[in-house]
Design a protein around this ligand. Structure first.
Ligand code: NAP
Length: 283
């Protein structure tokens, strides 16, 4: 990689960011297209978020991804958010358009694209979404907009209720909600569901031994999608596979949400295959 006087800067803000695979994935895409861009990780403490966002303008950075813990808090510092980011209440991509910072969220698009590639069509199907944080909100909105009948179960039930209400007022769907620790609720909803999506960090490295759902509640008619990609096969996915369910991890979503951001910044068709290989190699 050669930095020139005209090199454009893109990157990611989060805390911590050292574990992020985005620099490798975007770096591979930049190299494949031979663009005069560089993708930089910026470790930004929560108390420095406002100053860091001002810095995007001051340093004429073309755009950044936003990751944990800034996806919601960053919205207060932006000039504008697109409809989807406003609806979800979370931003994972910022564009600097002539000094105006615009927030978007590509998690929902990335999730749906990976799901549709697997052959699963959400319309008319019942889906249980575990978690109501940043990714849970994006996934729940995306599924509801695609015509799925959804149930949101969260550790803090009030957050599941709030998300269900937000979806209902935005798109009119009737969304059920409850508490993830209520085993009877989980059993009842999973028994006739087609899709289970884990949007919690339960089972993520370094806590590989945990699953958000007991294995006896899973069944062979389920598609089980775990947003976690490290490890590539979580305990939830192992349990699902052992009962004959179809499984997916979060690697494809990571690629497609990143590709959508990359396309926004560079105006190119993102080299999705290159981005995916770089992720699979890193994992
Ligand atoms: P987040 O905003 O912090 O939300 C975490 C959610 O998980 C919250 O709803 C939280 O419940 C719940 N939760 C936390 N600990 C729990 C526990 N011990 N038991 C049950 N529920 C628990 O995080 P996020 O950004 O949504 O990320 C969630 C996971 O998705 C992470 O593993 C992340 O790596 C993955 N992810 C993957 C992609 C991808 O592209 N593949 C994209 C985004 C995220 P409360 O609200 O009650 O605290």
């Amino acid at each position: 990689m050669r930095i020139s006087g005209r090199t454009k800067i893109i990157g990611i803000i989060g805390h911590p960011v050292g574990h992020s695979l985005s620099p490798i994935m975007h770096g591979a895409a930049i190299e494949a297209l031979n663009l005069d861009f560089v993708y930089v990780p910026f470790d930004v403490l929560p108390e420095n978020l406002g100053k860091a966002v001002e810095g995007i303008k001051a340093l004429d950075i073309l755009g950044v991804n936003v990751t944990i813990p800034h996806k919601e808090a960053v919205m207060a510092f932006l000039d504008e958010c697109d409809d989807e980011a406003r609806e979800i209440g979370s931003v994972n991509t910022i564009r600097n358009v002539g000094g105006k910072l615009i927030g978007s969220n590509t998690d929902g698009v990335g999730f749906l694209q990976s799901l549709s590639e697997s052959g699963f069509a959400p319309r008319g199907r019942k889906a249980v979404v575990l978690g109501a944080g940043g990714s849970g909100k994006a996934v729940a909105f995306a599924l509801a907009k695609s015509g799925a009948d959804i149930v949101i179960l969260n550790k803090t039930p009030e957050k599941a209720e709030k998300l269900a209400q937000d979806i209902c007022s935005a798109i009119g769907s009737d969304v059920k909600y409850g508490q993830i620790s209520d085993e009877n609720d989980l059993r009842m909803h999973l028994s006739d569901s087609d899709l289970l999506v884990n949007c919690t960090p339960v089972g993520m490295h370094p806590n590989e031994g945990c699953s958000p759902v007991k294995s006896e509640l899973l069944h062979s008619d389920l598609v089980v999608y775990d947003l976690i990609y490290n490890p590539v096969r979580t305990k939830l996915l192992e349990d699902a596979q052992s009962v004959g369910a179809r499984t997916m991890n979060g690697a494809k979503m990571l690629v497609y949400q990143g590709a959508a951001s990359f396309g926004m910044w560079t105006g190119t068709v993102p080299p999705v295959d290159v981005m995916e290989s770089s992720i699979l190699q890193s994992l």
